[in-house]
Each structure stands twice: as C-alpha cells, then as structure tokens.
Design a protein around this ligand. Structure first.
Ligand code: HBI
Ligand code: FE
Length: 364
C-alpha cells in the first residue's frame, strides 16, 4: 500500500467531495453552519429528527448565528439572542490549536444547567451503560461537573485528550453531516457552548452545552467508543453523498440513540438518549422495537415522520420506532469498519496522530 499524499492537492482532488487532510482544515467549518434551504433540505430529516428528539419543534428558520426556529423558546428574547451570538462568536473565530476561551456563565445559565444536571443524573445510575458509570465520576473530579457549575470546554477537551485523544472544538450550531462526521476522523468533536433558554430547562430545539457535556462527552472518554466514532469519521472522508447519508444514519442510531447489551440488560449510550430523559425512559421500556446493531441495516433504516410516537413527559419528546443494540463498542467498531470497506471509494485513509493528518492510500 502506497501513501499517495498527505498534502492538499493530488490526483483524487476533484474526483471525490473535498475533505479535510490536516487539523487546521477544520477551521473552514467554523462559519459553515447549516442554513435553511441549501444543505439543510437534504439533511432535513436528520435536523428535524434532532429537533424532534429534544422537543416538539420542527425546524423552521435559519441557524446562522440566530435562533433556529421561530418557536425556539429564546426566539422572542433579545437578551438571549444577544448572549447566544456572543458565545457563538467564539466558535466563529476559533482557530485550531488555540485554547477555547472560558465563558463566564451567568447565575441564570447555571440554574438552567443545574435543572438539567439534577434530572439526568437521577436517571444515569439505572439507564446509562457501564462506561458512562466509570467516566462520569472522573468528569466530576477533573472537569467541574457539578450542579452549580457549567464545565468549560477547554478543561473537558484536555481531559478527553488524556483519555482517548479526542478534543473539542467550539461550533456555532449544526454543521452539515459531512463536516460534522469528518471531524471524527481527527478525533474532534464539534461542541456548542451556549445553553438552552432558561424558560424551559428540560427542553431544547437544538444541541446545546447540556446535550454535549452530559450526553456526548462521557463516552468520548472511552477508548473503544472513541475508536468506533473515529471509524465512522474516517469512512466519511470523501464519501459519496449517498454513502455519507448512510454513515449519518449509522451515527444517528449509535452515537445519538444507541443502546448496548450488558448481560441480560439493555443500557443506553447514545447522547440523544442520555440527555433527554423522555426518550431515555421510552427507549429502555418494552414499547419500542430493538434490533441487534448491524451497520448495513441501520444505514438503511427509514424513519417516516408519521411513525414517530410521541410520549408525554415533562420536557417533551418524540421517540424512535426502533433502536439498535450493540454487543460492545469493539464489536460495533469492527462492524462499522467492515461496512466502510464495502462502500465504494477509490482509496482508503488512515489518520496519522503524530502529524494530525489524513494519509490517503491508493488501494483498499
Ligand atoms: N452538528 N454541531 C452539530 N452537532 C451535531 O450533533 C450534529 C451536527 N450536524 C449533523 C449531525 N449532528 C447529525 O445529525 C448527523 O447528520 C451526522
Ligand atoms: Fe448530539
């Protein structure tokens, strides 16, 4: 196997969708937050699903540094909008390798975090997977995870880096599936830094710092889960639009809504579940259908909106009709790797952690 190039231009340039080759290429994502109309129509399903799982809202307006959706609880609150822009401005100007500035969260923002923290930490002992149980106390010890403190992204990023090499990058809002998944190839997780509106602490129409820090971060500290996530990211580099959609769907049924087997029990590891108690309760009940995780099946799993079953819980929630159960993260990683090898891409890739670059290999 010959390394073709780690540089910016080479023979595959132009023949496949552009993808980042070096860490600083991720800087170009900063301002490419999804706007209604363009890319979003293609990813509307995912976006509205994202919206739906955390609230009853359907996406209706622009994301760009403004509030997505006129029915966003903060849409009519100029002070909230100004604060959200102040925070997303950090993401807009962030450059690779620099520290992420800390935010001096206000007492009201901390109270909102506290309400979410209290509610979710009640559920974790019975609902979360064993990896989550192991890591959460470490986040309390090392990263200031407390009811009365919103952890700072840089501190959390440092912790993740020590555990698995994952790092956080601040992001203004939803990225395209392609950009978002490409980040995983570099073990980078794009994280929002702003918090939901204080009027509805258990309810958000978009990812916010509660979803990222309580839902996503714990699992990225697990080595097998980190490997698994990077596998999806590597497969997404230069993938066709069709294959990218499959990978985004796999991401959806695993990183966001995945369940895993623990002996004769089923536990949650998906961030969308671990940060949304309504769907968490539902997913672990006997109501929904559960299937063994198989990426080739998950990739094609359709979610007609009409099949969503609303559950009435404080905070709201619209739930999936089917969940996939992983045997282990190692097993899920191997399965995704086999699946990725079956996709049509005229080259393969590997990540060089020393240089933080993607190496392109000319044969699969
Ligand atoms: N962008 N910032 C951000 N956060 C996400 O969780 C996210 C995203 N874009 C797409 C996405 N998630 C998924 O729905 C998949 O399309 C990958
Ligand atoms: Fe998420």
């Amino acid at each position: 196997v010959k390394v073709i190039s780690t540089g910016v231009s080479d023979s595959i340039e132009g023949s496949v969708p552009w993808f980042p080759r070096k860490m600083s290429d991720l800087d170009s994502f900063a301002e490419k937050v999804l706007e209604m109309g363009e890319d979003l129509s293609k990813h509307q399903f995912f976006m509205s699903r994202y919206i739906l799982h955390m609230s009853h809202l359907v996406l209706t307006a622009h994301f760009h540094s403004s509030i997505p959706g006129s029915d966003h609880p903060g849409a009519q609150d100029p002070a909230y909008r100004a604060r959200r822009s102040e925070i997303t401005n950090i993401a807009k100007t962030y450059r690779s390798g620099h520290p992420i500035p800390d935010i001096a969260y206000t007492p009201s923002e901390i109270a909102t975090w506290g309400a979410v923290f209290r509610r979710l930490t009640l559920m974790f002992p019975t609902a979360a997977c064993r990896e989550h149980h192991y890591i959460f106390p470490l986040l309390v010890q090392n990263c200031g995870y407390r009811e009365d403190n919103i952890p700072q992204l840089q501190q959390v990023s440092n912790f993740l880096k020590d555990c698995t090499g994952f790092t956080l990058r601040p992001v203004m809002g939803l990225l395209t599936s392609r950009d978002f998944l490409n980040g995983f190839a570099f073990r980078v997780f794009h994280s929002t830094q702003y918090i939901r509106h204080h009027s509805k602490p258990l309810y958000t129409p978009e990812p916010d710092v509660c979803h990222e820090l309580l839902g996503h971060v714990p699992l990225f500290a697990d080595p097998d889960f980190a490997d698994f996530s990077q596998e999806i990211g590597l497969a997404s580099l230069g993938a066709t639009d069709e294959d990218l959609e499959k990978l985004a769907t796999i991401y959806w049924f695993t990183v966001e809504f995945g369940l895993c087997r623990e002996g004769d029990k089923v536990k949650a590891y998906g961030a969308g579940l671990l940060s949304s108690f309504g769907e968490l309760e539902y997913a672990l009940s006997d109501a929904p259908e559960k299937r063994p995780f198989d990426p080739s099946k998950a990739a094609l799993q359709k979610y007609p909106v009409t099949e969503y079953q609303p559950v009435s819980v404080a905070g709201g929630g619209i739930v999936a009709v089917v969940y996939f159960i992983a045997e282990s993260f190692k097993d899920a990683k191997d399965k995704v790797r086999d699946f990725a090898a079956s996709l049509k891409r005229p080259f393969s890739v590997r990540y060089n952690a020393y240089t933080q670059t993607i190496e392109v290999l000319d044969s699969k």
